[in-house]
Design a protein around this ligand. Structure first.
Ligand SMILES: [Zn+2]
Length: 444
């Protein structure tokens, strides 16, 4: 009898187009059999009884910051990837900042790649940075294997990753188009954000609401308008990061219809928390663009359900705990620790509360990320020949997220204390169990 690496029996498989019962066999990290329940005549070194559980393609998180090398006191590939495994994520793309030095040339790429290879328990790819004066490095980075390039249109949180003025963007985009690459942008207007923040500080308006209003939706719209124009001029494929409002998404949709090759992501925190919660939670919920009023959150769900948003990714951006404190909200680190909770947010707030179809969830978390970044169908789907990257979920198990559940280097997150429905039971990366809820130390 055939002995496989892994067999999962009697599980409910969810893809972006169908839901069905199956037995799955895995060999050398790939799906080799996908059959009706009960007809698989084989054994395996690891056998999992999947009855009562739903199996999704592993989540692909295209946007996060693990800060290694250089700021490993903030996070790191080991703790970061363990958090992802606990949250059902099997592939991540690490941003070129806030590691230090940032990933803006081949030397830094190779250093980071080596560290990630040694330490990550799930698959990964690395972003390269587009910054002033690294035009000549873009080709090297592309050849090294970056998943894409990232630029900031407004000042980033760290001064070692410089934001791009229009000339840097335009020249970079011409080059990236030649390389058939993709540019991801943090789209906020630097001018608008600076002026409004300056004014707020001068007038002593330093509340959480003042911070949110100093980075208005209009500043996202202004930057998006500009980058869409540049995309049209250069033919560069673009991806707009962490959009906080449907107003911005509507503009991007228009551009898509006009033939511009653009995709858009939002993040779980824009779907879960509103400005009201930001006011209650404070520092831990600070990010940029900031959390928005409740009606914007509701609109964002409408957009998600209507298929207007391409994908959801975490923008996990941790820091030292002391950087999450300051005299006012303007002084604290802008970044949310949340990459362990993406799937929980979509299951709880999407599937359970708002009837988001499970197939749509798979499209947003796995299929579209894989397709947009050319990893499909190796990643992002359940079919013979695909990588055996799975997350098995008990859809109805409820839990409250505790500090000790968090695998981050620093157990802080605005999601602590939140009630979720739908629990990750196993996460499997290329046929290897990287998270097992039963043996998880935090459950003891
Ligand atoms: Zn980010």
């Amino acid at each position: 009898m055939k002995i496989y690496q892994l067999i999962i029996h009697s599980v409910t498989v969810v893809t972006d187009s169908s839901i069905f019962e199956a037995d799955i066999a895995v060999e050398e990290g790939k799906i080799v059999e996908l059959t009706e329940v009960g007809i698989l005549d084989a054994k395996a070194k690891t056998m999992i009884n999947g009855s009562g559980l739903h199996l999704f393609p592993g989540v692909i998180d295209v946007h996060l910051h693990f800060n290694e090398p250089g700021r490993t006191a903030w996070e790191g590939f080991e703790t970061g990837s363990a958090s992802l495994a606990a949250g059902g994520v099997t592939t991540f793309f690490d941003m070129p900042l806030n590691s230090n030095p940032p990933t803006i040339n081949r030397v830094e790429y190779d250093k980071k790649n080596e560290l990630a290879k040694q330490k990550s328990i799930v698959d990964y790819r690395l972003w390269g940075g587009l910054v002033p004066n690294n035009l000549d490095d873009l080709q090297d980075l592309d050849e090294a294997g970056v998943i894409g390039f990232k630029a900031f249109m407004s000042a980033s949180g760290t001064d070692d990753f410089v934001f791009s003025e229009d000339d840097t963007l335009l020249n970079g985009m011409k080059k990236i188009a030649e390389l058939d690459g993709i540019l991801a942008v943090h789209a906020e207007s630097n001018k608008m954000v600076n002026e409004l923040s300056q004014k707020a500080l001068e007038e002593g308006r330093t509340s959480v609401r003042d911070y949110s209003e100093a980075r208005p939706i209009e500043s996202e719209l202004e930057a998006v308008e500009r980058i869409l124009r540049f995309a049209e001029q250069t033919g560069c494929r673009i991806h707009i990061c962490h959009v906080s409002s449907r107003k911005v998404i509507k503009r991007i949709l228009q551009a898509k219809r006009a033939g511009i090759d653009v995709t858009v992501e939002t993040c779980p925190h824009y779907l879960y928390f509103s400005l009201d919660e930001f006011e209650k939670i404070g520092e831990l919920a600070k990010c940029a663009p900031p959390l928005r009023p409740r009606d914007e959150v509701d609109e964002l769900w409408q957009a998600l359900k209507a298929g207007e948003i391409d994908l959801v990714s975490s923008d996990h951006s941790p820091s030292l705990p002391e950087l999450k404190k300051g005299e006012t909200i303007f002084d604290v680190w802008g970044g949310i620790s949340g990459c362990q909770s993406t799937l929980n947010v979509l299951l709880t707030e999407g599937y359970h509360k708002r009837n988001l179809a499970l197939t749509d969830m798979v499209r947003l978390l796995s299929v579209q990320p894989a397709k947009r970044f050319k990893l499909y169908p190796e990643k992002g789907t359940i079919q013979i020949g695909a990588d055996a990257d799975f997350v098995l979920v008990d859809l109805n198990e409820e839990f409250t997220l505790k500090t000790e559940d968090l695998k981050y280097r620093h157990s802080i997150s605005p999601y602590v204390g939140e009630k979720f429905k739908g629990k990750v039971k196993y996460t499997i990366s290329r046929g290897v169990v990287v998270y097992d809820d039963k043996s998880d130390v935090s459950n003891r």
